[in-house]
Design a protein around this ligand. Structure first.
Ligand code: ADP
Length: 251
């Protein structure tokens, strides 16, 4: 269980593209072990925020910390990946020509800490870890199929499994439910809920039913608009917020 302290800390983060401020003094904190949903209208800056956290975009100003001590603004993109921040983009990226289990094995080998610590007794320990992840992502019965043969929802779960094989400190998920059927969406919500407490996650999402399934009654939801946080709290709380209602309905 990792649920103590702060895993992600953003303070007054500003990003300008030309004269336009995509992020405008964005401040936000995610607790270790938390499953945080981030919503907001198009252009709110959600993708730019993810880009700043992963080092794809450098902020003009502000603080970005992983945990208490890792200043992410001083690291480049590959260095940030090594700190244990895993990002999942909207579309699934799996090795289609390889079986499901081999996708997990290949992902595990990208985790240098694990790889270095094992070597000799790799086979059995690796096998156990792959089997555990297959169970978490509910693809046990698909393990020997080619990843390319999976449904869209199964591919999305496999890619999350591949990220989990790297023992991430923080997972960033960009609209993971996009293009899924209702059943696949709910299955994904169950999966992410099971990870709560063992892995810190930030999920950017448009599908409000999915957000409701992730946040439950008490989970914190962050609403972004115009490059900053507009409101934060339970889904019920932010839905009643005047500024939120305005930003969604337009002025
Ligand atoms: P969201 O993910 O919430 O829809 P984005 O972070 O993608 O929002 O975009 C925020 C704003 O910044 C948008 O108005 C977008 O057009 C602008 N923007 C994003 N990236 C760039 C870029 N590389 N150059 C110029 N403008 C950009």
């Amino acid at each position: 269980d990792v649920s103590h302290g702060t895993i992600l800390y953003l303070e007054d983060v500003t990003v300008s593209f030309g004269g336009f401020r995509a992020l405008n003094k964005l401040s936000l904190t995610v607790d270790a072990g938390e499953l945080r949903c981030v919503i907001g209208p198009n252009g709110a800056g959600k993708t730019t925020m993810m880009d700043v956290i992963t080092g794809k975009t450098s902020p003009d100003a502000g603080k970005v910390y992983l945990g208490q001590s890792i200043d992410l603004t001083r690291l480049n993109e590959p260095q940030i990946a090594q700190t244990g921040i895993g990002r999942k983009f909207q579309k699934p990226t799996v090795f289609e020509q390889h079986p499901v289990w081999e996708n997990l094995e290949l992902a595990m080998k990208a985790d240098k800490r694990w790889w270095a610590s094992l070597r000799a007794r790799l086979d059995r320990a690796a096998q156990a870890r792959i089997e555990h992840t297959l169970e978490v992502i509910r693809l046990e019965s698909e393990a020997r199929r080619l990843a390319g043969e999976l449904s869209h929802g199964q591919k999305q779960r496999l890619e999350i499994g591949m990220l989990l094989m790297q023992q991430p400190a923080l997972l960033l998920l960009d609209e993971p439910a996009a293009g899924m059927t209702d059943d696949e969406t709910m299955e994904l919500a169950v999966l992410l809920n099971r990870l709560r407490g063992t892995c810190s996650m930030m999920v950017v999402e448009h599908d409000m039913e999915f957000v409701a399934a992730l946040a439950g009654e008490t989970g914190r939801v962050t609403v972004m608009a115009e490059g900053r946080v507009l409101a934060e709290g339970s889904l019920d709380h932010v839905k009643r917020d005047e500024a939120v209602i305005e930003s969604y309905l337009g002025r």
